[in-house]
Design a protein around this ligand. Sequence first.
Ligand code: F6P
Length: 550
Amino acid sequence: MNADGRTGLNQMPEWSALVKHREELGEVELRELFAADPGRGTSYVLRVGDLYIDYSKHLVTDRTLALLRDLAAATDVFGLRDAMFRGEKINTTERRAVLHTALRAPRDAVVEVDGENVVPGVHAVLDKMADFSRRIRSGEWTGHTGKRIRNVVNVGIGGSDLGPAMAYEALRAYTARDLTFRFVSNVDGADLHEALRDLDPAETLFIIASKTFTTIETVTNATSARSWLLNGLGGDESAVAKHFVALSTNAEKVAAFGIDTANMFEFWDWVGGRYSYDSAIGLSLMIAIGPERFREMLDGFRLVDEHFRTAPAEANAPLLLGLLGIWYNNFFDAQSHAVLPYSHYLSKFTAYLQQLDMESNGKSVDRDGRPVAWQTGPVVWGTPGTNGQHAYYQLIHQGTKLIPADFIGFARPVAELGDELAAQHDLLMANFFAQTQALAFGKTPEEVRAEGVPEELVAHKTFRGNHPTTTILAKELTPSVLGQLVALYEHKVFVQGAVWNIDSFDQWGVELGKVLAKRIEPALTEGADVPGLDASTKALVGTYRELRGR
Ligand code: F6P
């Protein structure tokens, strides 16, 4: 029992019951679980909207799932969920509400923060974005010289980059192919250089995306982008108004940067950066796919929000996925979680989830600031599956680590592929199904021997199997399905943070590096004697200056 009367997670009877259950299960075998229950492949399945979620290949029994749900009940996951949806300030360290769900609420919904309904504001911004998007897409909005905009460059980092960049890639087949979209995030000047080198400033729109508008990488890149534009257009400052818009919560800083606040698309402090691409931060995406498709995506988000809010624990997909992650993370000592999409269009999906999950749940103190005595968020990693098969899958199959994985695939390729390329889709998906089967059931020494493999190679060719996976299958990757997938993961991350009793909505851990970078910069540029540099960093800075020719 803690001083405030709350029981620590690992002191709870529900936790102890899971520890005991884990011991009793011992070396649970997927082969045995399937042999004991021939219906498992269809009963351990949830359908949510367009998503078919198969969790049969997990090292769990009905009892495991019941015990995990008991833990969720004891930690009041649904209570915190309801508080989030009500707009309570559950981000306690920043004293903020957590209301990304309001970004996709219907026009007539009422969601209050400090007594004010935020939904009309959300729709006013969506309408303004839609109007602007239409003007860009139709050519009605022209640049300073009267040319139409052909290139859209989003400048932002973290949540102000990963979401729109990921979703643009995911929904490429729905994008206006006569427009070019680029996403610049890295403060390495090479990023901006490569993005701009073949673009005509007269046809280029910059979208400066920054919740705070103080992020040094973004402000630096935005400043360089402005110089590039002005150099290219003869230096007339009034060009900025036609070529720069801002997405931010900070009107003052936007104005100070020189962007007319009439060209600013607002969002609010109750939207976390990593939960923001369905807000104004998605403007580049909306220009790419059009307002109607963007709204279809929001509908997809909302569908899963409603599911999470109302489905009973037994059938609640985010709850289930969150608890399965906790099962491996806390009771099998799994350190990481792989997300493996079998879709080229989802090539940036896992990178997006890395911020969503690791910035949210990479915490080691509880909501009251006490060190946690249990593992929190896993390392999230992965790339599109078929490429991974020829790179790191070896370790998943035959290495010494337990790596639970999500496999995400689609029944239909995008329509524009054409017959020959579309025919490749079955091969892609054959790999998808083959991998989860091989991971789950492996190949026994007997099976290897039966193939005539010489005895000295049997151990090498044996697959232990028993690697747990979730399979998420949908008909096709539409805007709505993308929204459903993202909301599924958002709420999964929420569930885990709630059980671990951590604040999933702050990110103080990234601050120290930012402060130190600012302090170190004069040492690099001017050779300034920066107090507080440790011996290693001081020597490295000296070597850097030498190599840099300073
Ligand atoms: O570095 C952390 C972070 O604050 C993220 O949470 C955020 O998404 C990113 O920086 C960018 O912040 P901003 O949108 O304020 O520029």
